[in-house]
Design a protein around this ligand. Sequence first.
Ligand SMILES: C[S@@+](CC[C@H](N)C(=O)[O-])C[C@H]1O[C@@H](n2cnc3c(N)ncnc32)[C@H](O)[C@@H]1O
Length: 220
Amino acid sequence: MSDDASETDEADQVGVDHPILRRMYSLSGDVEERTGIYDDWARDYERDTANLGYVGPALAAARVAELVPPDTEVLDAACGTGLVGVELAQREFTAVDGVDLSSGMLDVARQKGIYRHLAIADITRPLPAHQGGYGAVVCAGTFTAGHVGPEGIDSLVAAARPGGYTVLTVLSHIWDARGFPAHIAELTQRGAARLVDQRAGQTYHTKEPLTCWVVVLQTP
Ligand SMILES: C[S@@+](CC[C@H](N)C(=O)[O-])C[C@H]1O[C@@H](n2cnc3c(N)ncnc32)[C@H](O)[C@@H]1O
């Protein structure tokens, strides 16, 4: 689902009044438009999301730390300015790579000095090969209204090594509407992933009633 009308409806369905969220949740599926908006937002992203009480990075990083030890090679997919990297560094992870569409967001992440490698990549396409694959792939805040649909899960799972985990947050409002349950069922049925668990109703923004799912998949 990437047509403009459907995704404008997504912002209405989420029903938030905050101007930044309405703008982000109303984005069309146009990747260049999304990239440009994040390039423009990069400098203020962390201030604005802190004001919203956005805790997706902490949720996702905590789940990664429950699954794998801190010497695990981790790919932070759609890493943005590096909020997940900060959370992983606090949990003593030292081998974290990041990819994102937006060079502006990556520049802010780079300044943190906590990522091993950072690169531009579209997570809906095959990701840059990494020898042996990652022990964990994490993606916070990007399976959300106006952004990436469930088809984006496939390349994340493929970037993990056999036995490696993929941890993602999915905004609750798009979970059924964008077909996440069906896509995850299809992935598991064709043997591309094993569903470890999926937790509903996780607090996503502390200052608004927004929740997410946290999904863990394992690459066979
Ligand atoms: C809401 S931000 C989340 C950033 C970070 N993971 C966090 O939790 O703060 C969404 C990020 O996804 C990136 N993004 C959106 N679509 C993408 C895609 N198809 N491939 C890679 N990055 C994408 C944007 O550039 C932006 O940095």
